[in-house]
Write a protein that binds this ligand. Structure first.
Ligand code: ATP
Ligand code: MN
Length: 482
């Protein structure tokens, strides 16, 4: 007996017509004691299974309920009903596993509308819902699109470490990693923790970015990227921050800032085109949810375009590129700023931009993705290349509608003395980053790279609004239950 998944059957039913096949899945609905809607997660669509009550025991029929798992063997036939072109006439039905019917109503599997908050509390069951099925299929497709983009462009995939001995990777607050018994942490002479006696013999943390290591790889392999989990102990309870997220970080030898922006734009467009092509059905479902979501909002806050339209437009339009200095000018002159509408008013050059400013530029002023570049050196990381004006660095952020910053990157400081002076200025230990400085000694070259938080891209593509809903098991302050 041929064992197939529902996606395969629905997309190539000609091949299976009038043959017997085996499908397994979960019951989404059972109508008139006759029609089962079966889902196996492979596609947003259900398979209709027709059951002739005469041919099966009452015992079986009585136990076909929502969320029950079934293995079905049956004949593929054309469907007379509307809504599907093919269905299966069941010849044998086997109930596969336990089913605590009386507990079902306490779960999100109960067929009714559940809030996203409720779904989050039952993250282990979210996969069974239509919405989260779509989100996680899209997330998976995006991950593959990312690898495919880099492979097509001759990048090498580098695995950078998750545990790092670098105290300041320059990207955020770190989680410590220790093997000490926390009830008796060994202390040194001045009362400081004696990390020499810890597992690694030095203070270690979870990485906030693989960039520094990726840079060393780019200095030999040319074009590389990392794609792995990163951790930030930022206590920011926002809809755009996680304590554990997946970051994509390309690093390219010989690339200037402009090359870097070109790469970021081509990369984002590739990934979005990929899902438009490969996840059409999931996007249609998400588009519908997006629309319903918009309807619930006051008129003025509603998105101007549907989800699909939004994605198509981002692929079509050229991203606007403006310097930080121009952007500050635009913000200073904006009605919002003059009327005191910003929570953080803009008053001078040199200020860091908040998400409200980024979103003003993208959503109100330019109405398309915006790349900001050449930021003041004092608000950016130590490794960014100092510009000739001596007050800005070759940094760039890509800002997306509804999201704000989706990518942050820069041309890196490749000049040994300039980098060393910068580290000294901000009190960074040279002996800790000796290996990083070393790459500037032996054939140093201009190079650039950026970081994309996968979850921010999934947020944008799915039209969801809370980052906790686009990662299977979100890690946020006070929450790591499963
Ligand atoms: P933000 O200002 O939004 O906190 P950042 O400037 O700290 O971001 P970078 O250090 O430049 O971000 O990291 C690169 C990318 O990683 C960001 O553009 C974003 O897509 C993603 N990112 C950063 N922090 C988080 C987080 N806590 N959760 C999810 N994604 C994140
Ligand atoms: Mn941050």
């Amino acid at each position: 007996m041929e064992k197939i998944i529902i996606k395969e059957l629905l997309s190539r039913y000609g091949k299976y017509m009038h043959r017997n096949v085996e499908v397994s899945g979960w019951v989404r609905a059972f109508r008139s004691q006759r029609f089962i809607s079966l889902s196996d997660g492979s596609t947003p669509h259900n398979l209709q299974v027709v059951v002739d009550p005469e041919s099966f025991s009452q015992e079986i029929i009585r136990n076909i309920k929502i969320a029950v798992s079934l293995k079905i063997v049956g004949e593929v036939v054309e469907s007379p009903g509307a809504g599907q072109s093919v269905e299966i006439v069941a010849k044998s039905i086997e109930i596969l596993g336990d089913h605590f019917s009386d507990e079902l109503e306490k779960t999100v599997l109960q067929p009714k509308k559940h809030s996203l908050e409720t779904l989050r509390v039952q993250a282990h069951l979210r996969f069974r819902t239509q919405l989260f099925g779509a989100i996680f299929r899209v997330r998976s497709a995006l991950s593959f699109a990312i690898h495919e983009f880099f492979r097509k462009n001759n990048f090498f995939y580098i695995h950078t470490p998750i545990i790092t001995g670098v105290d300041a990777e320059g990207a955020g607050e770190m989680f410590g990693v220790t093997h000490f018994d926390l009830r008796s942490v060994p202390l040194g002479p001045e009362g400081a923790v004696d990390y020499e006696r810890d597992f690694f013999g030095t203070k270690t943390s979870l990485t906030v970015s693989g960039q520094l290591e990726a840079e060393t790889a780019a200095m030999g392999l040319g074009r590389v990227y990392t794609f792995g989990p990163t951790f930030r102990a930022e206590n920011s309870n926002t809809t755009r921050h996680l304590a554990e997220f997946w970051m994509v970080e390309p690093e390219v030898a010989f690339n200037t800032l402009e090359d870097n922006i070109d790469l970021a734009e081509a990369f984002l467009k590739y990934c979005i085109s990929y899902v438009l092509e490969h996840c059409r059905e999931d996007l249609e479902l998400l588009d519908k949810r997006f629309l319903d979501d918009q309807k619930a909002k006051p008129e003025k806050d509603r998105a101007k375009e549907g989800l699909m339209e939004k994605l198509e437009n981002v692929v079509k339009k050229r991203f606007v590129r403006v310097s930080y200095t121009e952007a500050i000018g635009i913000l200073l002159r904006s009605k919002e700023n003059k009327k005191g509408k910003f929570q953080f008013p803009i008053d001078s050059w040199g200020m860091d931009l908040q998400s409200e400013h980024e979103r003003y530029l993208v959503e109100k002023h330019f109405e398309c993705p915006v790349v900001l570049f050449d930021y003041p050196k004092d608000i950016k990381a130590f490794y960014m290349r100092l510009n000739e004006d001596d007050r800005t660095v070759a940094a760039m952020d890509v800002l997306f509608p509804g999201i704000g910053e989706i990518i942050g990157g820069s041309q890196r400081e490749e000049r040994y003395e300039v980098l060393r002076a910068k580290m000294k200025e901000i009190g960074m230990e040279e002996k800790e980053l000796w290996w990083y400085l070393d790459t500037r000694k032996f054939g140093s070259v201009p190079h650039s790279g950026f970081g994309l938080g996968l979850e921010r891209l999934v947020l944008f593509v799915t039209g969801m609004t809370n980052i906790r809903d686009v990662i299977p098991f979100p890690r946020t302050p006070k929450s790591a239950g499963f």
